[in-house]
Design a protein around this ligand. Structure first.
Ligand code: MSP
Length: 669
C-alpha cells in the first residue's frame, strides 16, 4: 500500500538573498523527498518564504521599497534558485498570498473559539531579528539567541495561553522521535520544565502582517503566521473540497526540517498552537546544525556569505549536494570551504564514482561490444565476486537504515565503501590483462572470467548509483542512461537487489560524468564571490547619473592630483544608525563598545571616543557609520563598522549628525 510522506523546510525570510545555508536545508529535504518518491511513497515536499513582520518591514524601508515589492523580489530569487538547482518541491508557499492569509485567520479564530486567546498588554523586550519575545530581559539586554540588542515593546496584544500546555508538551517529548537529535530534545525539555509564560500573538504598533480577525488594528504575530504555512499550504482552513482532501491526506507532516536556531518555535509554540486548535501534531521535528564558512558563522557584516550560484556555475548542483550531505555530520555544525569542496569532488566523485563508471563501462564497450556480459559461468566464479555481491547487499540495507535516521554522511560513507571495494576488486582482478589474453587467443576461460568481473563491477555500480540518486539526481541519471537502463526516476528502491542487471543490456554513449576539477576551480569560485560582493556594494551605490567611462578603460583608483572617482567614493557604504547600547570597554580609556541599529541589522562597533563622550548620553543618538568596513578586533571585541566623526585638534572626535530628522538605515551618498 502506498504511504504518504509530507516534508517541509522552514520558510525563508525575505530580508536577505538566498545563500548556501538556506540551500543546505532545502537540499537535505529535497534528497529525503526524492528517496521517498523512489520508495513509492505519495510524497509532498513544501518550501516557501516568510514575508511578514517588523524585520521585513524595516529591511524594505532601508532598501527604499514597499514591503510587498521587496518581498516579491527576494521571494522570486529563492524560487528561481530552487528551480535552477532542480529542487523538486511540490508547492512554494508565500505568506503574503491570499490563500495563506485567509487560512491563518481561520486558525486564529479556531484557537480563540477554543478559549486559548485573551486580550492583555505586553511590556517587555523583543528581538526584531529573531522576531522573538525575550522573557525576563531588561531594556538594553541582548537577545539570548543572536546577541543583538532587544527593543522595549509596550502595547496591547492578544495573548495565547501557552502556559496551559506545559504538561501536554512534556508528555509529547516523551516520544524520543518527536525532536531530533537528542541534544535538541533535551534543550527543549529543560526549557519547558522551567515554566512557560503566555505568549503575545499579535502586534499593534506596525501593520505589515495578517490582520487579527475582527480586530484589524492588530496583526498576527509573525511566528504564528509563519508556522501556519505548514498547514495552510496543504489546504487547512479552505472551503474547497480538493484542498480539504489534500489536508486530510497529508497532515500531519512526517518531518519538519529546521535549523537549530528555530527549535523553540517549532517544538514548543507550534505543537501548542496545533493542540489549541484541536489539530494533529507533526510526527518529527529534525534540527540540523549551522553551516559555517571556514569555521566562521556566515553573516552579512562579516562579508563571508557564500552564494549557491557560484558553486552551480563551476561544479554543478550535484557536487554541492554531495559535499554538504557527505561532509557535514547532520545535526552538528559543519564547515564549508571551496578547498574542501573541490577536494571531496575530486576524491569521491571524479576519482570515485565517476572513475568506476567510466572504467567499467569503457571495458564493457571494448571487450563486449557495449553489451553487459553474462556472468553465469560457474567455473569463472571466485570468492571475491561473492564478496562484492554481499557487500552490495549489506550496503543497500545499511544505506537505507542510516539515511532514514538522517545520518546522511554515514549513509554515503557506506555507499562509497562499496565503490572503493569494487575499485580494489578491479585492480586485483586485472580485467585489462584478461582482455589482452582474449585478444591473443580467444581463450574461453579468460572470456568467462572477464565477463564475471565486468558484470560484478557494473552491477555494484548500478546499486551505488541507484542509492545515490536522491543525493545527486543529475549525475546518477546520466550514469543510468550510459548503462542503458533508461529513466532512473523509475527505479523502485524498495526492490533494489543484487543481480537485477540483465546480461545483454546495451550501453548508451559513455562520457565522464564528473570531470576532474583543478586548482583553478577554487580560484574561480573565490574570484566570483569577491566580484559578487563588490558588485552588490556597487549596485547599491551607483548614482542616478553615472559619469561616462569608455567601456574598456578601468578608471585609475587615484588620479595624479590625488582625486578619486565617484565609483571609488561609491564603494564606501555610509548609513544612519541609532545607538542602542554604549558601554566602556574594560581596561581601556579610549574605547566604547556600541551597538548601533542601522535598520536591517544591529552592529557592534568599537569606537575610540571614550575620552570625548560618556557612554550613557549616547544611547538613542543618531550617528553615521561606515557600514562596509572589513571587521577588525579591538581588545578582543569585533568591530563591524566605523563611526564618522570630525577630528579636532589633539584628535578630539566630534560625532557627525544631522539637523533634520533622518530615518535609521538611510544611505549617505
Ligand atoms: N522565517 C524563519 C523560519 C520560519 S519557519 C515557520 C527563519 N528564516 S531564515 O531565513 O532566517 O532561516 C531559515 C533556515 O535557513 C534555518 O532554520 C536554516 O534551516 C537555514 N539556514 C540559514 N542560514 C544557515 C546557515 N548558515 N547554516 C545552516 N542553515 C542555515 O528563520
Amino acid at each position: 500500500m502506498t504511504q504518504k510522506f509530507y516534508i517541509t523546510t522552514p520558510i525563508y525570510y525575505v530580508n536577505a538573498r538566498p545563500h548556501i545555508g538556506h540551500a543546505y536545508t532545502t537540499i537535505a529535504c529535497d534528497t529525503i523527498a526524492r528517496r521517498h518518491r523512489l520508495l513509492g511513497d505519495d510524497t509532498f515536499f513544501l518550501t516557501g518564504t516568510d514575508e511578514h513582520g517588523q524585520k521585513i518591514e524595516r529591511a524594505a524601508q532601508a532598501a527604499g521599497k514597499t514591503p510587498q515589492q521587496y518581498a516579491d523580489e527576494i521571494s522570486a530569487e529563492f524560487r528561481n534558485l530552487w528551480k535552477r538547482m532542480g529542487i523538486s518541491n511540490d508547492d512554494f508557499i508565500r505568506t503574503t498570498e491570499d490563500r495563506h492569509k485567509k487560512r491563518v485567520q481561520v486558525l486564529f479564530r479556531q484557537i480563540r473559539d477554543n478559549g486559548y486567546i485573551y486580550k492583555g498588554t505586553y511590556t517587555g523586550q523583543y528581538c526584531v531579528s529573531d522576531e522573538l519575545y525575550v522573557d525576563g530581559a531588561q531594556p538594553g539586554d541582548p537577545c539570548p539567541t543572536c546577541g543583538r540588542v532587544t527593543e522595549t515593546v509596550h502595547e496591547d496584544n492578544y495573548f495565547f495561553r501557552l502556559s496551559a500546555f506545559q504538561d501536554k508538551l512534556l508528555g509529547l517529548y516523551a516520544n524520543p522521535d518527536f525532536i531530533r537529535p537528542e541534544t535538541r530534545r533535551n534543550e527543549v525539555i529543560s526549557f519547558v520544565r522551567s515554566g512557560l509564560r503566555d505568549l503575545s500573538i499579535s502586534r499593534s504598533t506596525f501593520s505589515w502582517g495578517i490582520p487579527v480577525p475582527d480586530d484589524p488594528k492588530h496583526v498576527i504575530y509573525v511566528w504564528l503566521d509563519a508556522l501556519a504555512n505548514y498547514i495552510t499550504a496543504i489546504g487547512y482552513g479552505s472551503s474547497h473540497a480538493g484542498a480539504q482532501e489534500a489536508f486530510k491526506k497529508y497532515w500531519p507532516a512526517d518531518v519538519h526540517m529546521i535549523g537549530k536556531e528555530i527549535v523553540r518555535f517549532h517544538c514548543v509554540y507550534w505543537p501548542a498552537f496545533l493542540m489549541a486548535a484541536g489539530l494533529e501534531l507533526p510526527k518529527a521535528i529534525v534540527a540540523h546544525g549551522w553551516l559555517l564558512f571556514e569555521e566562521n558563522k556566515m553573516s552579512k557584516s562579516r562579508g563571508n556569505i557564500v552564494r549557491t550560484e557560484t558553486i552551480l556555475d563551476v561544479l554543478g548542483a550535484d557536487a554541492l549536494r554531495y559535499f554538504l550531505l557527505r561532509e557535514v555530520v547532520f545535526g552538528q555544525d559543519g564547515s564549508f570551504s571551496f578547498d574542501a569542496l573541490v577536494q571531496r569532488y575530486n576524491s569521491d566523485l571524479a576519482n570515485g564514482l565517476g572513475n568506476l563508471a567510466s572504467r567499467t563501462l569503457a571495458m564493457i564497450n571494448r571487450y563486449f561490444k557495449g553489451e553487459v556480459p553474462n556472468p553465469s559461468h560457474i567455473k569463472a566464479k571466485k570468492p571475491t565476486d561473492d564478496a562484492i555481491a554481499s557487500a552490495a547487499r549489506k550496503t543497500i540495507q545499511e544505506f537505507g537504515d542510516l539515511f532514514d535516521q538522517f545520518q546522511f554522511s554515514r549513509a554515503l560513507e557506506s555507499a562509497w565503501g562499496l565503490v572503493a571495494a569494487v575499485d580494489k576488486y578491479i585492480v586485483d582482478n586485472e580485467p585489462w590483462a584478461l582482455g589482452e589474453k582474449l585478444g591473443e587467443s580467444q581463450d574461453e576461460e579468460s572470456r568467462s572470467r572477464l565477463a564475471t568481473v565486468l558484470y560484478t563491477s557494473a552491477e555494484a555500480l548500478r546499486i551505488a548509483t541507484a542509492l545515490a540518486h536522491p543525493v545527486m539526481p543529475d549525475a546518477t541519471a546520466k550514469i543510468w542512461v550510459q548503462m542503458g537502463l533508461g529513466d532512473i526516476r523509475k527505479v523502485a528502491l524498495q526492490d533494489l537487489a543484487w543481480g537485477q542487471l540483465s546480461a545483454g543490456t546495451k550501453l548508451g554513449d559513455v562520457s565522464p560524468v564528473f570531470p576532474r576539477a583543478d586548482k583553478s576551480a577554487i580560484e574561480r569560485m573565490q574570484q566570483m564571490e569577491n566580484q559578487e560582493r563588490s558588485a552588490a556594494v556597487e549596485e547599491e551605490k551607483t548614482p542616478a547619473v553615472q559619469p561616462a567611462t569608455p567601456a574598456d578603460a578601468t578608471p585609475p583608483a587615484v588620479t595624479d592630483d590625488g582625486k578619486i572617482s565617484i565609483d571609488d567614493f561609491a564603494k564606501v557604504e555610509m548609513r544612519v544608525g541609532v545607538i542602542k547600547v554604549a558601554e566602556r570597554v574594560p581596561k581601556s580609556d579610549k574605547l566604547l563598545r556600541l551597538e548601533i541599529d542601522i535598520g536591517a541589522e544591529v552592529r557592534q562597533v568599537v569606537a575610540g571616543i571614550a575620552e570625548a563622550y560618556a557612554p550613557e548620553p549616547l544611547i538613542g543618538r543618531k550617528v553615521v557609520i561606515v557600514a562596509n568596513l572589513a571587521p577588525r578586533k579591538l581588545r578582543g571585541l569585533e568591530s563591524n563598522g566605523m563611526i564618522v566623526a570630525a577630528s579636532l585638534e589633539g584628535g578630539r572626535p566630534v560625532l557627525a549628525g544631522f539637523l533634520e530628522d533622518v530615518p535609521v538605515g538611510a544611505r549617505l551618498k
